[in-house]
Design a protein around this ligand. Structure first.
Ligand code: PAF
Length: 281
């Protein structure tokens, strides 16, 4: 596992790989790695190619007043976890390498998804994600890039920018990894107190309950959303949104592929989760 910090070193190494006609697989992360991230690397290992994992806490996707400064940075532990899987390269740039002189002179925006749901509550967040991911695509020029399905709207933003900008990279979504009680793994779960941690799986339970109701033929989505929001509030959450949407566009559901998406605060942790429902089965 080679640890590289500069774009030029990384490019040099990858040029050799490209000449050998080997596929390059990118697994971008912000560090503070847990089993969810490791499952992305494991997914990459199923493909024959060279794996580049990146660790970069991207300042531009944090909105003013958010937890950029306190976001858990655990590089030593991240590297020892990665060593067990041994991806070929870990790219660990500092902020100045990615944004020299703090200058952002161009941004990537996916207008349809930029200011709805998480984008409404975190204005500018998806521009920051889309811009850094596009930069990583340009730096690494991967054949394949793997992202977690837990960040569902982010995954759609990335798929959309790749399609719109004709970027030659295949995007693979990887299933959400959950704790034994159903809570989706997330770096921000560490912000939960013990009591909140016990409450936290209610979010996933709530989404699964709605999914079951839909599968059993309940089509009163407005009522299902309202009941879900009420249950979360009664359980101590401060929900931002809970919606049943078209799985591909996040618009009004039009066909059988739906997704239930939710963001809710529990204490100091902003939790997001989603459950897919296909109504034909
Ligand atoms: O999902 C994340 O960890 C980040 O948003 C990503 C994709 C690494 C971009 O900073």
């Amino acid at each position: 596992m080679r640890q590289l910090k500069s774009i030029s070193e990384l490019r040099e190494q990858l040029n050799t790989v490209r000449k050998a006609d080997k596929k390059i697989i990118l697994v971008p992360t912000m560090g503070n790695l847990h089993d969810g991230h490791l499952s992305l690397v494991k997914q990459a290992q199923k493909i024959d190619g060279l794996i580049v994992t990146t660790i970069f806490v991207n300042p531009t996707q944090f909105v003013a007043g958010e937890d950029f400064d306190s976001y858990p940075r655990t590089l030593e532990n991240d590297l020892s976890l990665l060593e067990q899987l041994n991806p070929d390269i870990v790219f660990i740039p500092d902020t100045n390498e990615i944004y020299p002189d703090s200058q952002i002179k161009a941004e990537i925006i996916v207008p349809e998804l930029d200011s709805i749901y998480c984008g409404e509550f975190r204005p500018g967040h998806f521009r920051g994600v889309a811009t850094v991911v596009t930069k990583l695509f340009n730096i690494v020029q991967p054949d394949i890039a793997i992202f977690g399905e837990k960040d569902y709207q982010q995954l759609l933003v990335i798929r959309s920018l790749v399609q719109s900008l004709d970027l030659p990279v295949e995007i693979v979504g990887s299933a959400t990894v959950r704790e034994a009680d159903g809570l989706a793994m997330s770096s921000r779960n560490s912000y939960l107190t013990d009591e909140e941690r016990r409450q936290a799986p209610i979010l996933y339970e709530c989404l699964c309950g709605i999914a079951d109701a839909i599968k059993q033929g309940d089509s009163n989505f407005e009522k299902l959303e309202k009941n879900g929001l009420n249950r979360l509030k009664e359980s101590g959450f401060r929900p931002e949104y809970l919606n049943i949407c078209d799985a591909e566009t996040l618009k009004e559901p039009k066909n059988h592929k739906l997704v239930i998406i939710c963001a809710a605060w529990l204490g100091k942790a902003r939790l997001i989760d989603n459950v897919a429902v296909h109504t034909y089965d």
